[in-house]
Design a protein around this ligand. Structure first.
Ligand code: ATP
Ligand code: MG
Length: 419
């Protein structure tokens, strides 16, 4: 019987994990500069965290969640996004009681959505994300955007467009909803079935529908940015002012509304060209009502999620090569059992000295061992035979420089050890 991985999932094998380590390293180094600390929350949460009483109207929550009953009869959901769990943890651990703002990030966070698998769209994917709580300042919106931007720059990713928008707040959005509904009312027959449902529950989402018929209808629809209240307008103006100071290029895209209901004011996406339809690498926004909705105090928040698989896809499509680190710095090839025993001792001493080292465990011939060492990219190769065992003097071959030096076994270990 052969068992395959569930549809829409992807292994990261030993042949590829170094690519993930590279982006993880860049991310950790970058976010530290901005003062973000890591948060880890469970892969599953109580379902109500995502449903939240009145109910979220988005596809992610209504159609795509992996929800099941556990053996204790509780309804459990595998995380369909990172923010709700981060907010729950912020509230439950009373982090709001500390000096604000609170800056956090999560890395390799598994996210589950029952979507149609295709290139760049998986049922389990992984996100890097950041969240900032406690500040309404537009400078924080700009900072959150600049964290994403500086990461993409560090990875030398090109051709990513930053689109921003403001989707208002509970003060101005209800009035805009009515303006939008007045516009759409005469065109309901041209909208898809889902958008007809959205008309009552969340008309803003119709702007974001991928159906061609809907796109034609909404093209000339009234835009939220033309109906912002003074507070939202000032916030949006100030954000743009700071983005200009930071020399971050952006375009205002009034069609960006984001896939979850909790957003307020700023929303944004980083969109890559060149990986097809699934081009959004990073999406985020402000969610000033969410902390209170999840049972915390009235406290604003903002963040983004970045798809790590997509990030790698973009890098690949742009021919950005991530260098695989050599498996071994030293490989000891052996001839004869006594020499092999000595080599086992030497490899152990090298490893204790902080050196990546190994020897053959497959009974290969000396020649095959050399070949294998080369294939592993070993920086140095040593041959241990009876002569070396007797004299205590070995030759260390630098594979790259193609040079050999003679030294004693003690010198070898001493010279290479770094602890
Ligand atoms: P999309 O527009 O691609 O559907 P989204 O708006 O649903 O994305 P978010 O909920 O904002 O995405 O998630 C943040 C990021 O996670 C996305 O920008 C994307 O890079 C990645 N992502 C989302 N869904 C998937 C998926 N099914 N497979 C792989 N990556 C995904
Ligand atoms: Mg989606």
């Amino acid at each position: 019987m052969s068992i395959s991985a569930p549809k829409g999932t992807k292994d990261v094998t030993i042949l590829e994990s170094y690519k993930w380590h590279y982006i993880e390293d860049v991310i950790r180094r970058e976010v530290a500069k901005f003062g973000y600390r890591e948060s880890r929350t469970p892969v599953f949460e109580n379902t109500e965290l995502f449903l939240r009483g009145v109910g979220d109207t988005t596809d992610i929550v209504q159609k795509e969640m992996y929800t099941f009953e556990d053996k204790g009869g509780r309804s459990i959901t595998l995380k369909p996004e990172g923010t709700a769990g981060a907010v729950r943890s912020f509230v439950e651990n009373s982090l709001y009681a500390n000096a604000q703002p609170t800056k956090m990030y999560y890395l390799n966070c598994p996210v589950f959505r029952y979507e149609r698998p295709q290139a760049g769209r998986l049922r389990e994917h992984h996100q890097f994300g950041i969240e900032v709580f406690g500040s309404t300042a537009p400078s924080i919106d700009a900072e959150v955007i600049s964290v994403a931007k500086s990461l993409l720059d560090k990875m030398e990713i090109k051709g990513i467009a930053l689109n921003i928008n403001s989707i208002g707040c509970p003060v101005c959005r209800p009035a805009y909803h009515e303006v939008l509904k007045d516009y759409l009312r005469g065109n309901l027959d041209k909208l898809c079935k889902t958008c007809n449902e959205r008309f009552e529950t969340n008309p803003l989402r119709i702007l974001d529908c991928k159906e061609e018929g809907c796109q034609i209808v909404v093209k000339d629809a009234p835009k939220m940015i033309d109906h912002l209240c003074d507070d939202c307008q000032n916030h949006f103006d100030e954000l743009q002012k700071i983005l200009k100071i930071l020399k971050i290029e952006y375009a205002i895209n009034p069609m960006i509304v984001r896939g979850l209901d909790y957003y307020t004011k700023t929303v944004f996406e980083f969109i890559a060209t060149g990986i097809g339809a699934q081009g959004t690498v990073c999406g985020g926004g402000r969610y000033d009502g969410l902390v209170a909705e999840i049972g915390g105090p009235e406290m604003p928040g903002i963040g983004f999620g970045m798809g790590m698989e997509r990030l790698l896809l973009v890098m690949e499509s742009q021919g950005l090569i991530i260098k695989e680190p050599a498996l071994y710095e030293v490989f000891i090839c052996t001839a004869g059992e006594p020499a092999r025993m000595k080599a086992i001792e030497m490899v152990s001493a090298l490893r204790q000295g902080g050196i990546k080292a190994d020897l053959d465990h497959m009974g290969r011939s000396l020649k095959a061992q050399m070949k294998f060492a080369d294939k592993c990219g070993a920086g140095h190769v040593v041959v241990m035979g009876d002569d070396e065992l007797e004299s205590g003097i070995i030759r260390l071959k630098d594979m790259k420089a193609n040079q050999e030096i003679e030294l004693t076994i003690e010198e070898l270990i001493g010279a290479l050890s770094r602890n």
